[in-house]
Design a protein around this ligand. Structure first.
Ligand code: NDP
Ligand code: 2IT
Length: 448
């Protein structure tokens, strides 16, 4: 990491000492603190009132056992987490991730990022995150339902539309949110729509929530390119992942005239020089829940490369939309050598710190996840608004709101970067603008 100022270094040392082994959480904290030296110089109050120490210590952390029975009648035990990180701006808000790699350090990195991301949207939402080491791959619908019901049987007591509002993330989509909501409703005997977001359209979901993260990432990319007089039209784009964020990032990029030539999953990547066939990709991933090899088998122009790095595929715009630390310095160098102009993080923290540094040194436009992928949680907040007013908006209206929000996120990042002496540095801009917003609310609320 870069060296921290002497004001901030002790806080980072405390985070390391108090949270041993949680490397992703350390990485996320370091990345924010690295931007804050000019802020605490200008506003020493933040240090006097221990805002940084308080921000780095979650308000509440829950860890619990999730017992469930598989289709063979065997009892399975998973571990689940909910980290309610910061509620200065609103109820805790953030997704649930189901993936075998989930442990406390992952949930804390995601929850910490979420505080700042949510602040950047300008909407009244605090930061939280949760998940489980449950692996939905290869599980039947019934197994997933029983797991979700068991998880909610503990989690429900910590949730509420004014308290904590989960949504999806890796491994959690509309199917899982449906089962979770059904169990919440049953246990509480309340039709409390605003307690979960990412719901299906049949029962209180919002138009555009499914598309929102990917669309928002592309809207942010468009703003970044426009700031240098450029656009997405005619650009070669590569996305990583082939899940919710990747599919809708690819779709919006294609709608704006880009050629999206590759995507990936954890087994390898697909190159499709004719441009990805999004209807086929959705059929394979959303309906059949199959692997990318099935896409390549169906599509004459596509080639599946087992293993390897999708970042070897030459492109002008790279959208990492899979998972944390999936794009390292070697991949970044390859992208730069191949002439990449812009990188926007659809995923949370997909680029390693060395990769980010390399992009910045080589003047590649770089958008950090907490800005670029904020459209998902922003549209979750729009879903909460619709639920609270018992209303539902059209697709066009909701997409228009999302677009305005992403323009606003870009504007906040760009102007904070200018004001604090790092023009064009969206990492600094995102961290500074969101930190000030949360810190000011924390000061106003007193020592709580
Ligand atoms: P999905 O579960 O829909 O898709 C995840 C995709 O990433 C899959 O293609 C998966 O491949 C791949 N992937 C996951 N883990 C790994 C891994 N360890 N190594 C390689 N590939 C991996 O998740 P989402 O699309 O919802 O989430 C993707 C990213 O976007 C995450 O970082 C998430 O935190 C972030 N995000 C999501 C938001 C949302 O609203 N859903 C909002 C903002 C950010 P495979 O199928 O092989 O596992
Ligand atoms: O990382 C994220 O912002 C999400 N997974 C979405 C959170 C939400 O509450 O919609």
């Amino acid at each position: 990491m870069n060296e921290l100022s002497s004001d901030l270094e002790p806080h980072y040392a405390t985070v390391l000492a108090r949270n041993p082994g949680e490397t992703e959480f350390h990485q996320a904290v370091a990345e924010v603190l690295e931007s804050l030296a000019p802020v605490v110089r200008k506003h020493p109050d933040y240090l006097h009132h221990a805002v940084i120490e308080r921000l780095c210590e979650p308000e509440r952390q829950l860890i619990f056992r999730v017992p469930w029975t598989d289709d063979q009648g065997r009892v399975q035990i998973n571990r689940a987490f909910r980290v309610e990180f910061n509620s200065a701006l609103g109820p805790y808000k953030g997704g649930l991730r189901f993936h075998p790699s989930v442990y406390l350090g992952i949930v804390k990195f995601l929850g910490f990022e979420q505080i700042f991301k949510n602040a950047l949207t300008g909407l009244p939402i605090g930061g939280g995150k949760g998940g489980s080491d449950f692996d939905p791959k290869g599980r039947s619908d019934n197994e997933v339902m029983r797991f979700c019901q068991s998880l909610m049987t503990e989690l429900y007591r910590h949730l509420g539309e004014y308290t904590d509002v989960p949504a999806g993330d890796i491994g959690v989509g509309e199917r899982e949110i449906g089962y979770l909501f059904g169990q919440y409703k049953r246990i509480t005997n309340r039709y409390e729509s605003g307690v979960l977001t990412g719901k299906g359209l049949a029962y209180g979901g919002s138009q555009v929530r499914r598309e929102a993260t990917g669309y928002g990432t592309v809207f942010f990319t468009e703003q970044m390119l426009a700031s240098t007089g450029s656009s997405l039209s005619g650009r070669r784009v590569v996305v990583s992942g082939s899940g919710n964020v990747a599919i809708y990032a690819a779709q919006k990029a294609a709608e704006l005239g880009a050629q999206v030539v590759a995507c990936s999953d954890s087994s390898g990547y697909v190159v499709d020089e004719a441009g990805l066939d999004l209807a086929l990709l959705k059929q394979v991933k959303e309906v059949d829940r199959a692997r990318l090899t099935a896409y390549a088998a169906e599509r004459g122009s596509a080639r599946f490369v087992a293993g390897g790095s999708v970042w070897d595929v030459p492109c002008e715009v790279a959208l990492p939309c899979a998972t944390q630390n999936e794009l390292d310095d070697a991949a970044a160098l390859k992208l730069v050598e191949n002439g990449v102009l812009a990188v926007a993080e659809g995923a949370n923290m997909p680029c390693t710190p060395d990769a980010v540094r390399l992009f910045q040194e080589r003047s590649v436009l770089f958008a950090p996840g907490k800005a670029a992928n904020a459209g998902g949680v922003a549209t979750s907040s729009l879903e909460m608004q619709q639920n609270a007013s018992r209303d539902s908006w059209s697709f066009e209206h909701t997409e228009q709101r999302l677009h305005e929000i992403m323009v606003g996120v870009h504007e906040r990042c760009a102007s904070a970067a200018d004001e604090y002496g790092s023009p064009g540095n969206y990492v600094a801009g995102a961290n500074i603008s969101s930190f000030i917003q949360v810190a000011d609310a924390m000061l106003a609320l007193g020592v709580v």
